[in-house]
Design a protein around this ligand. Structure first.
Ligand code: PGA
Length: 254
């Protein structure tokens, strides 16, 4: 399966930094033909999406870097929802992916899996591929309930319209995000196998969905992670803001 490496910029950067990062990435991705072997996606903050779409259009590797967003509205495609951005708008400006159900949104905004399911439905209606994030907290892992937590998130967050083509899963243990701690390879392998089994047995339209790992992925640990069965790519936060780090992760996937 072709791996996917997606960069989640979160609430970071500026116009100038976005342009500098895209220019550096694009040059190397084109020179080394990295997009042939790996799907590469960047997910900037909303205000820089259009800029990124325009910039990518004028750069060498324009088709090799796919545009994604970090969230979308759960309320619809248009209407009186102050502050919201709809999936249709994201699609309209050139996004193809949208990250949904990230633990920072579940945590800070109390997003429920039911709301995430509605966002995924709207994303699909707009023609986007959803990257659904799931993962346990440290307390849940300490209590040994990581499997049931992740299974419940998947069962509640995946709407009937999801398929292997329009849904990507990102397993991101919450305690590994932005902390420098990565899950042990054996734990990653076990969780990814569990997710694959659940998809095959209970959500068979998504049996072939890519399953990414996320949580302190960096150039130093990417190769080891990508060698694990059912790790079909990575969702990268901090390291996606540094062109050399992000490129090394992409190279490790290729
Ligand atoms: P991190 O973030 O790579 O900075 O840990 C990953 C994520 O939140 O998607």
């Amino acid at each position: 399966m072709k791996k996917l490496v997606a960069g989640n910029w979160k609430m970071n950067g500026s116009r100038a930094q976005a342009v500098a990062l895209l220019t550096a990435l694009s040059q190397k991705i084109a020179d080394e033909n990295l997009g042939e072997k790996t799907d590469i996606c960047v997910c900037p903050p909303f205000p820089y999406l259009s800029l990124t779409a325009e910039k990518l259009g004028s750069l060498k590797s324009s088709e090799a870097i796919i545009l994604g967003a970090q969230d979308c509205s759960a309320w619809g495609q248009q209407g009186a929802f102050t502050g919201d951005v709809s999936a249709a708008m994201l699609s309209d400006i050139g996004c193809r992916y949208v990250i949904l159900g990230h633990s920072e949104r579940r945590g800070y905004y109390n997003e429920s899996s039911l709301s995430v399911a509605e966002k995924i439905r709207l994303a699909h209606e707009a023609g986007l591929t959803a990257i659904l994030c799931v993962g346990e907290t440290q307390a849940e892992r300490d209590a040994g309930v990581q499997d049931s937590t992740v299974v419940a998130q998947l069962r509640e967050s995946i709407p009937p319209c999801a398929t292997s083509e329009n849904l990507v899963i990102a397993y991101e243990p919450v305690w590994a995000i932005g902390t420098g701690k990565t899950a042990k390879p054996a734990d990653v392998e076990a969780m990814h196998a569990l997710i694959r089994r659940l998809l095959q047995e209970k959500l068979d339209k998504c049996a072939g969905s890519r399953i990414l790992y996320g949580g302190s992925v960096k150039a130093e640990n990417a190769q080891e992670l990508f060698a694990i069965a059912n790790v079909d790519g990575a969702l990268v936060g901090g390291a996606s803001l540094k062109d050399d780090q992000f490129l090394d992760i992409i190279r490790a996937a290729s």
